[in-house]
Design a protein around this ligand. Structure first.
Ligand code: C2O
Ligand code: CU
Length: 527
């Protein structure tokens, strides 16, 4: 309740009466002949997640109207939506129905689709309404995802269960497939003693930091582990959390073999001692269990790190001790074992893999994949004077270049030309933050809609050494990405090419509480 009041206060008083687009035009097109036709309905539901009382959730109920049966995979006993599997160039129709108590719309995170298909909040539909998506899959094979995007309500709706994976399949035969290709959607949640989801408390501080739960839920299920064969696996890992950042590592000290990230496979596999994964980001991991003893348990852990969060004058208004650990002994805070609040940067176990006796398919790690084409920076129209985007705190708000989200507003400095390549430089804090600004710092996972970009430079010279040293080996600035972690006082340059579609797209912080509070803006691609 409190949350909803806060949310509407935030979105309405900052932006006034938001003008919304009429959605009546987004009905089925006769001439569009889909390869895959799916109906997705966002609805409240109840799920037997734990023993005892059922948990009230939101979920995407789905039905395959046309297409191969594997195009739509349900995850049993999960609050998550289905896994949608498509192939490049396929034509997709999604009939989205909203049965939620409030407005909503779906965003296809990472996909390169026309602006009307991208799930901008101005297309949000009300309870009882339908929005029909029709688009062609333009993306490289890779691990994408979908989630709600109504302004001011995204964090709450995702938290309640609305999210799903959207996989663009490759024709790779050298990678594990079938039951050896496993999605891992990592989220943190807090449940009360009657198994109900607890969202943000009512302190300003908690909203400013973003939701942090005291329990890890993988794939929307209550299992804390899975049995694996003595075989080679491909894990598609998504951080679907509102605000939590993970520092992922194997418990047995084996390096993480990263084969892909947001926009698909890398040019070649890369070994990392650990990987940082901010909200919205994906990585694909190769792991061979064939020489592990049966019965052995190997955990995917999140290691301790210093997130650089400094909430300065906000004080620590944390409601300590709320929520229970459910006695399942998970996510013990490394710093405060007696406390049920698990901070960003505390260590805990994410998931356990128990190796069985079954021998499965064992594969050899390919030396390389199809080379990722590097963007041609000499084509860039502003290589020497990149557009500047500062993510910072001011006037008790999280802002971008001093601005908050306005539904239909695009500033002059947010207009780009179709067909051009640009360099954008993102900074976190500093500049015009003023006294309060400098006292409030947090990492921001930066997400740009509508395209995949390449990171061309990550300047860490301003980052506090204790922060950087605690995670410096966990960044992978290769391949195609749509989301990256911007630490306090870090500068990141990305190269982007605005192709195919004109119109208004979003860019924002993917800490969903920051996004809902207005750390989001439009950019427009013009002719
Ligand atoms: Cu995954 Cu605009 O978000
Ligand atoms: Cu943020």
């Amino acid at each position: 309740m409190i949350l909803l009041i806060f949310t509407s206060l935030f979105s309405s008083c900052q932006n006034g009466e938001q003008q919304k687009q009429s959605t009546s035009q987004f009905t089925m097109t006769e001439s569009f002949e889909p390869d895959i036709d799916i109906s997705l309905t966002a609805t409240p539901a109840e799920l037997q997640l734990f023993e005892g009382e059922k948990t009230a959730i939101y979920t995407y109920r789905s039905e395959l109207i046309k297409g191969e049966s594997k195009s739509l995979q349900q995850i049993p006993d999960s609050y998550l939506g289905p896994i949608i599997r498509v192939k490049p160039n396929q034509k997709i129709r999604i009939r989205y129905n909203n049965e939620l108590p409030g407005e909503s719309i779906i965003h296809w995170h990472g996909l390169h689709v026309p602006q009307e298909m991208d799930g901008h909040p101005r297309y949000a539909i009300n309870n009882g309404e339908q929005f029909v998506y029709e688009f062609v899959v333009n993306n490289r094979p890779g691990t994408y995802w979908f989630h709600p995007h109504p302004h001011g309500l995204t964090g709450y709706q995702v938290y309640k269960g609305l999210a799903g994976m959207f996989i663009v399949e490759d024709s790779q035969t050298k990678l594990p497939s079938g039951k050896y290709e496993v999605p891992l959607v990592i989220q943190d949640r807090t449940f009360d003693s009657s198994n109900q989801l607890v969202f943000l408390g009512n302190t300003m501080m908690e909203r400013m930091v973003g939701f942090l739960g005291n329990e890890i839920i993988v794939n929307g299920q209550s299992n804390t582990s899975m049995e694996v064969d003595k075989a080679t696996y491909r894990f598609r890992v998504l951080n679907g959390s509102n605000s939590r950042i993970y520092k992922l590592a194997w418990s047995d000290g084996v390096n993480l073999t990263v084969i892909g990230n947001d926009g698909g496979l890398l040019s070649k596999p890369t070994d990392k001692p650990y990987m940082m994964l901010g909200p919205g980001e994906r990585i694909e991991i190769w792991r061979d269990f064939s020489s592990t003893n049966s019965g052995e348990q190997i955990a995917l852990n999140s290691l301790a790190f210093n997130s650089g969060t400094n909430m300065g004058m906000m004080g620590s208004g944390r409601e300590m001790g709320r929520g229970m650990m459910r006695g399942r002994n998970r996510m013990q805070s490394s710093n405060n074992p007696s406390n049920s609040f698990i901070d960003n940067g505390d260590a805990f176990t994410v998931y356990n893999f128990i190796v069985s006796e079954k021998e499965g398919e064992v594969m050899t790690l390919p030396e390389n994949f199809e080379a990722v084409k590097e963007m041609n920076l000499s084509e860039s129209v502003n290589r020497d004077s990149p557009r500047q985007f500062e993510f910072h705190f001011q006037r008790m708000q999280w802002l971008i270049n001093g601005k908050t989200f306005e539904m239909n507003e695009v500033a002059e400095w947010e207009k780009v030309k179709l067909g051009t390549t640009e360099v954008w430089e993102f900074t976190n804090g500093g500049g015009g933050g003023g006294m309060m600004g400098n006292m409030m710092s947090m990492p921001h996972p930066v997400h740009i809609h509508g395209l995949q970009f390449q990171i061309i430079e990550r300047d860490v010279s301003g980052v506090t050494p204790a922060v950087w040293n605690s995670m410096k080996e966990g960044f992978l600035d290769e391949g195609w990405q749509d989301t990256f972690l911007l630490l306090p006082d870090m500068r990141v340059k990305v190269a982007l090419k605005f192709e195919d579609f004109t119109g208004i797209f979003l860019y924002h912080c993917h800490n969903l509480e920051h996004e809902d509070m207005g750390m989001m803006r439009n950019y427009e691609v013009v002719e």
